[in-house]
Design a protein around this ligand. Structure first.
Ligand SMILES: [Zn+2]
Ligand SMILES: [Zn+2]
Length: 227
């Protein structure tokens, strides 16, 4: 049993330790923004299953609380939004290798939760206690219909049942799976101590960059599917 959770960058210079090793929720995300963050974190080269939208980003939601990083680590942390200086998501990345470590949606995740990525190694590595089952896949609106059907078909072959797909969660707030997700975000952090900082406190004195790298490649399939 892990005593704390861990999020490490690919080169190993940045390791975040989270006092609560238990994720609150897990789901796949097919959204173009998660894909863009994966491209950014992998400097344009995420593994092909991710890049080609064959595999959703495997998100776990964890307490947005970590042990206060040491100065060397703090020097290697940057925060950014993608594409829009008013965008909902604020993400943390390691300047050493570019790994995107976690992201916090200011509408839905705050103040207790943030998301990290369990299938984007080697760029980012997560160590948490027994991961929950993947509940569903969010934002299949950003995949082609063919891609979403292929994912369901693959899951039927692997698990005998396809995981539910939620086309656009913000438009399906009454869906019990979306409600379970939102309830999980609202679970207060399990621990509190002067040794800890929230993600929000951590970035208080940090500049929030706007990064629009890899926008086209991460959004183009969606655009093509709409034509
Ligand atoms: Zn997403
Ligand atoms: Zn690194």
């Amino acid at each position: 049993m892990a005593a704390s959770g861990k999020i490490s960058c690919g080169c190993g210079e940045v390791v975040l330790h989270l006092p609560n090793p238990r994720p609150k929720f897990r789901c796949g995300c097919c959204c173009s923004d998660c894909l863009q963050r994966a491209f950014i974190g992998a400097r344009g080269k995420p593994r092909s299953e991710i890049a080609e939208r064959l595999e959703p980003i495997d998100l776990i939601y964890v307490d947005s609380v970590m042990f206060i990083p040491n100065d060397q680590t703090l020097d290697r942390l940057e925060v950014f939004r993608i594409n829009d200086s008013e965008g909902d998501n604020i993400s943390l990345r390691a300047s050493c290798c570019g790994a995107v470590l976690c992201t916090e949606n200011q509408q839905f995740h705050t103040p207790h939760s943030m998301a990290t990525f369990t299938n984007l190694d080697p760029e980012v590595n997560c160590e948490f206690e027994a991961l929950p089952q993947t509940s569903c896949h969010l934002f299949t609106c950003d995949w082609s219909e063919k891609g979403a059907n292929a994912l369901a078909q693959k899951e039927v072959e692997l698990f005998e049942e396809a995981r539910p797909q939620i086309f656009h969660p913000a438009k399906e707030l009454q869906n019990p799976l979306v409600q379970a997700l939102v309830t999980a975000f609202q679970l207060p952090a399990a621990h509190n101590s002067e040794q800890f900082t929230t993600f929000k406190q951590l970035r208080e004195h940090m500049r929030v960059d706007v990064v629009d790298d890899y926008f086209d490649v991460s959004h183009e399939v969606f655009r093509l599917a709409q034509q």
